[in-house]
Design a protein around this ligand. Structure first.
Ligand code: SAJ
Length: 423
């Protein structure tokens, strides 16, 4: 396809998207306000860990299909893939989307297509982007086309899911949606559904809100199970054999910049019409404290005063290097509030980004009174407990990722979040 493209935002979504379009013959110019992100393309040195990204980036740059700078340039298609976080008061922060939209206005020409990939509250295209795009002087819908095409990829499997997942595309009119579909058909093998922009915005937020509410349900079941002589992981496993049941899994909290964020868009828009969504957020945000209190309870039952906790896992979920919005940081804060000493370790976080963090596993566990597993990194599953010699052989697994029997045979007192059956 001899199209040219300008991708605004070179983060977890923008960079892989820019690289993929470039690998499929589109001449792409990547733009980011952060010079380090621009350099990561120019020098082919990655600022994010994602399987397959390095070789695809090299190919795109070496073949001349991908360039980068801090300023946009004229193109047939503009993709906006910038952060859409929430403020401290949980309201949507759409300033990045607004600024990115403003930045492309001087470069817009008749016939151009602008696509928003960022996950945003419904009505953002209409209320935030269009008012900026009209300043181009182009007639929206006939001279300038606008659509929303949210991504559905999971960090760690981005390229597989970019290609195979279906997409929902919402246009400000039919032609905008169809032009966008034609573009993504370059590499998307999954079904592409067309609708209006607001519906597409809502669909994406619904998908993540469904997951958050479902996880909150699992977390509440885990708290119930703690008093019932039940292992909730076993119970969920059996319940999910029902053809129409898909209960998610409990954990120490919900992290990342998606599942923990997107439901707040609906809470802000819906007010008292979004009570369950709001409650689910509060349940999930309460799990770090619940985890810290369970840790304290185990230490008290073992008559260990004060105590040192070795936190294993700082990333927001297993097998990624992303600590943004990680529940582990909240768990550590709550442990410290309870007066416990904390040392943390994460094999995927290669630099110390937290005061409690060490790069040395032995240093983290050696004189620990309890090991607290907060992410299901594959490395943790492979540890040999016979070689781990903490001060007290006690472990609390919050992700059901350790082999209980292996650890018990090595002399560990084994605890599992949501399990009061196998004490
Ligand atoms: N988690 C649980 N229990 C579960 C599943 C997840 O506690 O059963 C926790 C994880 O540990 C993590 C958080 O929830 O802290 C989010 O995990 P995630 O696997 O949902 O990871 P994300 O946020 O990277 O990806 C989600 C995905 N959305 C859905 O699965 C509906 C992904 O497809 C989206 O593209 C992504 O959000 C996004 O960017 O919106």
């Amino acid at each position: 396809m001899n199209k040219t493209m300008c991708v605004i935002g070179l983060g977890y979504i923008g960079l892989p998207t820019a690289v993929t379009f470039a690998n499929y013959g589109v001449k792409v110019h990547g733009v980011d306000v952060n010079p380090a992100a621009v350099r990561s393309i120019q020098e082919k040195k990655l600022h994010i860990e994602e399987p397959g990204l390095q070789e695809r980036l090299n190919k795109a740059v070496d073949e001349g299909y991908l360039t980068a700078s801090t300023t946009p340039q004229e193109a047939d298609v503009f993709i906006v893939a910038v952060p859409s976080p929430i403020n401290a008061d949980k309201t949507a922060n759409l300033e990045y989307v607004r600024e990115a939209t403003k930045s492309i206005v001087p470069y817009l020409r008749k016939g151009n297509l602008v696509i928003l990939e960022s996950t945003v509250p419904p009505k953002t295209v209409e209320r935030v982007m269009i008012p900026e795009l009209v300043k181009s002087g182009l007639d929206i819908g006939t001279e300038l086309y606008v659509a929303h095409s949210p991504e559905r990829v999971i960090p760690g499997r981005i390229f597989e899911e970019l290609i195979n997942n279906g997409r929902i595309i919402g246009g400000i009119n039919k032609k905008s949606a169809e032009m966008t579909k034609e573009l993504y058909e370059l590499f998307v093998k999954g079904p592409i559904h067309l609708t209006d922009a607001t519906t597409a915005e809502l669909v994406k937020v619904m998908e993540n809100t469904y997951r958050d509410v479902n996880i909150a349900f699992a977390n509440e079941l885990a708290k119930l199970a703690e008093e019932l002589d039940v292992n909730i992981w076993e119970a969920i496993h059996y319940a999910n054999f029902h053809p129409r049941v898909n209960i998610h899994f409990p954990g120490p909290g919900v992290g990342g910049h998606c599942i923990a964020v997107d439901p707040w868009f609906l809470v802000e828009l819906g007010g008292d019409k979004a009570q369950m969504i709001h409650l689910a957020r509060n349940i999930n945000d309460g799990m770090p404290l619940f985890t810290a209190q369970k840790t304290q309870k185990i230490l008290n039952e073992n008559k260990i005063a004060g105590g040192k906790v070795a936190v294993l896992g700082l990333a927001f979920k297993g097998n990624v290097d992303d600590m943004r919005e990680s529940p582990s940081l909240e768990v550590i804060h709550e442990l410290q509030q309870l007066g416990l000493e904390v040392v943390s370790f994460d094999p995927h976080i290669k630099e110390n980004n937290h005061p409690t963090q060490t790069q040395n596993f032995e240093e983290a566990v050696n004189d620990a009174d309890i090991l607290l597993v907060l992410t299901d990194h594959k490395e943790f599953k492979e540890y040999n407990p016979l070689t781990i010699t903490p001060k007290h052989k006690i472990v609390l697994d919050t992700k059901n990722c350790l082999e209980r029997d292996k650890w018990k045979e090595a002399g560990f007192q084994f605890h599992l979040l949501g399990d009061s059956k196998n004490i």
